[in-house]
Design a protein around this ligand. Structure first.
Ligand SMILES: [Zn+2]
Ligand SMILES: [Zn+2]
Length: 397
């Protein structure tokens, strides 16, 4: 159990935070529709005496808090995401979603609440000198509210020198935190391939250009991208998630066309280019080899989330004080999932940290219908965020 003063202080209003978290959980809002959530955040920040700027990327907002002595040019940004997922909750507890088909299945209700907790503590204590920006962003789950906030002048209006984000992590138990140096999460791209052949009677294949067979060859060949085109010590994923042969549903009719939908995940920009180029080339070349045609649409999504070496070291240092040295992990694998905090880390040095919350083994992994944020870790997360501000902007002795 952390004895850090910031965590201890937040424990003093743990019940209030739990109430906020559960209220947001019961009223989940999807990307760019976080109106109720943003209203709660704005009201709370104002009640702490924090200056609030609304309407950045539609529902996004930023709280500005100066420490002792007012602004001095030193700044830090803390970011939370507010949106939910378009999925149906299977939980039956009292604070389950009251909105059909919407669920806080990724714990952004908890992230929003922890940042509010940090803001409340920092506004009350102001044991820092400089300016803290509390950034509440919309649409992390898509299409990328963080990028829109940046386009709308986030860092010009609120010039954070460095930036930190926190995501709950069911794979780690409560009381632990993980921070990696370098890539933390992957660039997420989506591709669609259509193989256009000639369909017809499945018993007369010599009259056809069978797109099902071509698709099978292509799926096999795509496995060579990671194993033969990517450096063995680099990482990438190429997955075909869906194959659509619905042009025919009869056992004896081969369709004209087969569609494929997949994703490519990478960490390095050069690897991303290579993977895109190889997917396109294999699709076109293999289709051509079978006298058919391929159409490829490759859409780049979020870039890789890359922690800055110095800021990851800083956050690790602060985490050791808050969680205790034994509870800070730095040797965990990055994940191939995506995260739109990546856009902020492209503009400002910082780090993205994973807060242990447990429950993974009980079937409450992120994006599952029985997921729930673990309220037990609210003071730890809020205290850690607050400690980042106090340590980054220390009071002059
Ligand atoms: Zn998510
Ligand atoms: Zn998330």
């Amino acid at each position: 159990m952390s004895k850090h003063p910031a965590v201890e202080a937040v424990r003093g209003f743990h019940a209030d935070l739990t109430g906020i978290r559960r209220d947001i959980h019961a009223h989940p809002e999807p990307g760019f529709e976080e109106n109720r959530t943003a209203q709660i955040v704005a009201e709370r920040l104002e009640s702490f005496g924090i200056e609030v700027h609304r309407g950045i990327a539609k529902t996004g907002l930023v709280g500005v808090l100066h420490g002792r002595g007012g602004p001095n040019g030193r700044t830090i940004g803390l970011r939370a995401d507010m949106d939910c997922l378009r999925m149906t909750e299977a939980n039956t507890f009292a604070h389950r979603s009251t909105y059909h088909g919407l669920m806080h299945g990724c714990g952004h209700d908890g992230h929003t609440t922890m940042l509010l907790g940090a803001a409340r503590y920092l506004a009350a204590t102001r044991r820092f000198e400089g300016t803290a920006y509390f950034i509440f962003q919309p649409a992390e789950e898509g299409p990328g509210g963080g990028a829109v906030m940046i386009e709308e002048g986030l860092f010009e209006r609120f010039p954070a020198e460095r930036i930190f984000g926190l995501h709950n992590w069911p794979e780690l138990p409560p009381g632990k935190i993980a921070i990696v140096d370098g890539p933390a999460m992957a660039a997420c791209d989506e591709f669609r391939i259509a193989i256009k052949g000639r369909g017809g009677h499945a018993a007369k294949p010599h009259h056809l250009k069978d797109p099902v067979l071509i698709a099978a060859h292509l799926i096999t060949a795509l496995q060579s991208v990671v194993s033969r085109n990517v450096h063995p010590l680099d990482s990438a994923v190429v997955s075909i998630a869906q194959v659509d042969t619905s042009g025919s549903t009869a056992f004896n009719v081969i369709p004209e066309r087969v569609g494929m939908l997949g994703t490519a995940r990478t960490f390095r920009p050069g690897t991303r280019d290579t993977v895109e180029e190889r997917i396109k080339r294999l699709a076109h070349s293999i289709a051509e080899a079978f006298d058919a045609e391929a159409e490829v649409q490759y859409a780049r999504g979020y870039p890789a989330t890359v922690n800055d070496t110095a800021q990851a070291a800083f956050a690790t240092d602060v985490a050791r004080k808050v969680f205790g040295s034994d509870n800070v992990l730095t040797d965990v694998f990055p994940t191939m999932g995506g995260e739109d905090f990546a856009y902020m880390l492209e503009k400002r040095p910082g780090a993205y940290c994973w807060l242990g919350q447990g429950d993974g083994g009980a079937g409450r992994m992120l994006h599952t219908a029985r997921y729930d944020f673990n309220d037990e870790v609210l003071p730890l997360g809020a205290g850690f965020l607050a400690a980042l501000v106090e340590e980054a902007l220390p009071v002059a002795k």
